[in-house]
Write a protein that binds this ligand. Structure first.
Ligand SMILES: Nc1ncnc2c1ncn2[C@@H]1O[C@H](COP(=O)(O)OP(=O)(O)OP(=O)(O)O)[C@@H](O)[C@H]1O
Length: 297
């Protein structure tokens, strides 16, 4: 079942087309990454689905219904650094957030602080927190009322590797609890580590969307090497079924349609041509390579 469904969403700011007929579905329980270079329309898209901005054309539905204040209550969001008070503790800050938003009950506050790993520091002032802790508290504010869906815009922006790893673990744990998470990011490596699904935007146009594995798995790459690179290259050019061949130093990469690279066949073929291999591995294209290929960045 789709938690969110977008149909041909378009949005312009004067002459700038920020989104151009974007359509995709977010399955329940997925961690859905919206990837794109700067200015590709990610924040605009999140703002539209959260009713902060209005689209010019197209429609979207949450849980099969048009957006409404009721459905909005099932969605927790962190779009930009929220208004957390520097001189107040985690507990006091969440009490204020809760009083303003009316989400959940006071007993939720300790649970949320536990989920985001701040129990030991829950009475310390916000100003004494590391950036990662501040971001975890901001995520905690989005968790009040236990919404089924969480929307995060660049949740690891500005964090150091430790802070990034903590947020990654937190997102994975939220997903294990059955939450659907929609997150915009330009950190491709992070998306690859955390997300089950991805949509890639470029200048407001959707390039591809689907399961991370499927988006990546449209090609098999067999990487091959030998101490006789020239003979190897000459032999492999006659190997049947590959779509392209590339050379990276001594290593040769043969690209095949997904599921068709057979390492045994390559090994036998080279052996019969008198070339002994010292490397033969099947690789998948990384999301980063795929992203750069799609966006020509
Ligand atoms: N309020 C606005 N007025 C005019 N143009 C805008 C406005 N907001 C965004 N834009 C433009 O719309 C396009 C999409 O912007 P958006 O912020 O949605 O992209 P993004 O992918 O979130 O980028 P970033 O990663 O830099 O945050 C960009 O060209 C941006 O300059």
């Amino acid at each position: 079942m789709s938690v969110l469904s977008l149909q041909a969403i378009s949005k312009s700011y004067g002459p700038i087309k920020a989104l151009n007929e974007v359509s995709f579905n977010v399955p329940q329980g997925s961690v859905f990454g919206i990837l794109g270079p700067n200015g590709s329309g990610k924040t605009t898209l999140l703002s539209i689905i959260l009713d902060i901005l209005r689209q010019d054309a197209g429609s979207f539905s949450w849980f099969g219904q048009p957006g409404s204040p009721e459905t909005r209550k099932q969605i927790g969001a962190l779009l930009e650094t929220p208004n957390l008070y520097h001189y107040l503790s985690a507990v006091d800050n969440l009490q204020i957030t809760q009083a303003i938003s009316g989400r959940g009950v006071p007993a939720d506050i300790d649970k949320v602080i536990d989920i985001v790993g701040l129990t030991a520091r829950k009475k310390s002032k916000f100003s004494t927190y590391s950036l990662g802790m501040k971001q975890r508290l901001a995520i905690g504010a989005a968790l009040l009322g236990s919404p089924q869906v969480l929307v995060f815009d660049e949740p690891t922006n500005g964090l150091d590797p430790v802070g990034i790893a903590e947020i990654r673990e937190l997102i994975k744990n939220l997903a294990k609890q059955g939450k659907t998470i929609i997150m915009a990011s330009h950190l491709l490596d992070e998306v690859e580590k955390v997300c089950t699904h991805v949509a890639i935007l470029k200048k407001g146009t959707l390039l591809t969307a689907g399961q991370v594995d499927e988006v990546l798995a449209n090609e098999d790459i067999a990487e091959v090497s030998s101490s006789q690179p020239d003979q190897l290259r000459a032999a492999l050019e006659h190997f049947p079924g590959y779509t392209s061949i590339k050379q990276d130093g001594k290593n040769i990469q043969l690209y095949f349609p997904v599921g068709t690279a057979k390492l045994e066949d390559i090994n036998r073929f080279c052996f019969e041509k008198g070339v002994a291999l010292n490397l033969l591995v099947l690789k998948k294209k990384s999301l980063e390579a795929k992203f750069f290929e799609l966006t020509n960045e």
